[in-house]
Design a protein around this ligand. Structure first.
Ligand code: AKG
Ligand code: FE2
Length: 209
């Protein structure tokens, strides 16, 4: 799998916190294959609307837990997806992400999950847990989606929107968590014919697996 992992088109953003965005993360051919073979089954609904942590409604499928593939998921992946995840787990990819972001990833464990936002799915403003050193999202939408944008916020106020990032095909975003890295996902509109599908990579500090 020839991931464009040394692709120069990640643009660095410094406001209102540090993050990166690429509009062409994978080669078009690789993207098309992964897009058509995106896993469809085995997702669990994550839903929480109370408590003092993040509020959300999404469908999740864990693929890599603490750097180790989850067998139930792995056994149902296509060859292209297995190859993609092997590349993501490689030292080369970790080094690339570390060099790009300037964050030390040597003592981190990788968690990878597939997520699907159907109609009415959303994610409330949050900063990501402080044990997350970087988070990366790759978007594989099934078509044009109304809603579902990643909102880069200036504060915990959901209306304090600094940038709106549509979950466009082959777009990828890297966030550098901090006490100021407020972001959210706008609700996918009711009746949406298309789903917001994404692959999420979280590099988590090994002190707090
Ligand atoms: O799906 C996205 O664009 C962001 C997801 C996110 O912020 C998270 O899972 O913490
Ligand atoms: Fe987040």
């Amino acid at each position: 799998m020839n991931i464009r992992r040394y692709s120069p088109d990640f643009k660095q953003k410094k406001e209102p916190f540090e993050w990166f965005c690429s509009d062409r993360f994978l080669s078009p051919k690789v993207f098309a294959r992964l897009q058509s073979e995106f896993p469809q089954n085995g997702y669990r609904k994550s839903h929480r609307e109370e408590g003092d942590e993040k509020y959300y409604s999404t469908w999740d499928l864990l693929a890599i837990d603490n750097g180790v593939p989850v067998l139930d998921t792995w056994n149902n992946l296509t060859t292209a997806w297995k190859s993609m995840l092997i590349t993501i787990l490689s030292e080369g990819y970790r080094n690339y992400s570390s060099t790009l972001t300037g964050r030390d990833l040597t003592e981190t464990h990788l968690h990878v999950r597939f997520t699907i936002y159907h109609e009415n799915c959303w994610l409330a403003p949050h900063c990501d847990r402080t044990d997350k050193v970087i988070t990366q999202t790759l978007y594989f939408p099934t078509g044009a989606i109304e809603g579902g944008e990643l909102l880069i916020l200036g504060s915990s106020d959901p209306d304090d929107i600094k940038e709106t990032v549509a979950p466009a095909p082959n777009r990828s975003v890297i966030l550098l968590p901090s006490p100021y890295s407020w972001h959210s996902v706008r609700k996918v509109v009711s009746g949406s014919q298309h789903a917001r599908r994404a692959l999420l990579l979280h590099y988590v500090s090994s002190d707090n697996k």
